[in-house]
Design a protein. Structure first.
Length: 427
């Protein structure tokens, strides 16, 4: 057995010197041979780890994984290599393997705060909220200290259709920041689980420590919306914007809620405070508020400002088209809709409104084409079916007209009934 160990060691080690003397392998004990072999594996593991680190920095993730697997194969409890491999797996969206590596690390040491935090955040991202809450609370209850890790900070936003989505931004923590972010994530987890009072508690804890965090104000706004406190929600979104004027989620949430609730004066006053160095997104939403208030020319001016900064912004062209159409500037509106669709062919309202312009210009075949394109993107928009029915009526295709109008009525567009009674009674 000793000879086998010696042979194995000679494969791994070049001739070594110890205190200036060559090692006489035939004089080593079995324990010394095993120790030297272990040291050799550790050295090789560290070399592979350094190689992996360089590959990861160069975004050569496949090569990094090969080197990390070699490193961990030599040293199964190599914590730095396991952590880096978990992060590389995350970058490759291989979340199952990332979680396995995090779990291995916590098996080696349950008190690794950095690892438990990243695991909890990943569980949250995977919508495994209950499991994430367990890990976040473990960190709070065991007071494991802080971390300087880079991780993903969670935010939420309300989409135009009323749905809530979760987004992340990569940030670097500071030594004092982990507890605030744990509270924020716990708030987000309870928000997703619709346990709003618990969510509110954790967001308020975070806010008491970090008064200048726009994301926390945004999340408090979402909770207030869920609790049907519209004015409080608007207040929180507004505070987020005053702290961070270009906070995308707060900007969208504030704009949508003020539009829905009719608080247009407050919205205009807020945007006036944000006027200096306004981003294209801010100008877009400011224009939308002005449009809703009936100030179409002022809205166009804001969209023009936005397009100077962001000439490839499809939403700015689309919204400017709406305002121009309201002012009966049909050809400029048509140009805007066409440019918006060139930049983003998935804008259903671009096709719908461009079809309306063509209808007004009596170009019924082109209008029909645009309405059909709009229905490809939203097959349940009753107004599109209604307008398509009007096109068919103009083209004397009464059967097709009645079919489209009846579909509009089925989807809840009541004005279709009057046309149906007039056009389709004899069908």
């Amino acid at each position: 057995m000793l000879r086998l160990l010696l042979s194995y060691l000679l494969i791994w080690l070049a001739p070594l010197a110890l205190f200036g003397q060559e090692i006489a392998f035939d004089t080593l004990t079995r324990k010394e041979v095993i120790t030297l072999a272990e040291r050799s594996r550790n050295v090789q593991a560290k070399l592979h780890f350094r190689e992996a680190t360089q590959h990861e920095l160069n975004d050569e993730l496949a090569k990094a994984l090969v080197a990390l697997n070699q490193s961990i194969g030599l040293k199964h409890d190599f914590q730095e290599a396991l952590l880096l491999r978990a992060r590389v797996h995350r970058r490759e969206n291989n979340f199952t393997k990332a979680l396995t590596d995090y779990q291995s690390l916590l098996f080696l040491d349950p008190n690794l705060a950095e690892v438990r935090f990243e695991k909890a955040q990943l569980l949250h991202r995977l919508e495994r909220y209950e499991a994430a809450i367990v890990d976040f609370k473990f960190l709070l209850e065991h007071d494991l200290g802080e971390t300087t890790t880079v991780y993903f900070k969670g935010t939420t936003q309300t989409e135009a259709n009323g749905d809530t989505s979760f987004s992340t931004q990569s940030i670097g923590t500071v030594q004092s920041g982990m507890k605030v972010d744990i509270w924020n994530f716990l708030g987000l987890a309870y928000l997703a689980l619709e346990e709003y009072k618990k969510a509110l508690l954790y967001f308020e804890l975070a806010l008491n420590v970090e008064r200048q965090d726009a994301t926390i104000y945004n999340n408090l706004g979402l909770i207030s919306e869920r609790l049907s406190d519209t004015l409080q929600a608007i207040h929180y979104y507004r505070q987020a914007l005053l702290l961070q004027p270009n906070h995308g989620e707060a900007l969208q949430n504030f704009s949508l809620l003020t539009l829905e609730s009719g608080n247009l004066d407050l919205a205009q006053a807020t945007f006036a405070q944000l006027a200096e160095n306004a981003s294209p997104s801010t100008l877009l939403h400011q224009g939308m508020i002005l449009y809703q208030s009936g100030n179409y020319s002022q809205a166009i001016a804001k969209y023009n400002e936005g397009l100077l900064q962001s000439p490839q912004n499809a939403d700015l062209y689309l919204q400017r088209g709406f305002a121009r159409e309201k002012l009966n500037q049909l050809q400029p509106a048509l140009t805007d809709y066409t440019e918006a669709l060139r930049l983003n062919s998935l804008l259903e309202k671009g096709y719908l409104n461009r079809g309306n312009i063509y209808y007004k210009l009596k170009k019924f075949d082109i209008a029909e084409r645009d309405y059909r394109a709009a229905l490809q993107l939203d097959s349940k928009n009753p107004k599109t079916f209604y307008n398509l029915g009007l096109v068919y009526h103009q083209k004397k295709q009464i059967s097709e007209a009645c079919q489209a109008l009846e579909r509009a009525l089925e989807l809840g567009y009541l004005p279709a009934q009057k046309i149906i009674n007039k056009v389709c009674s004899s069908q």
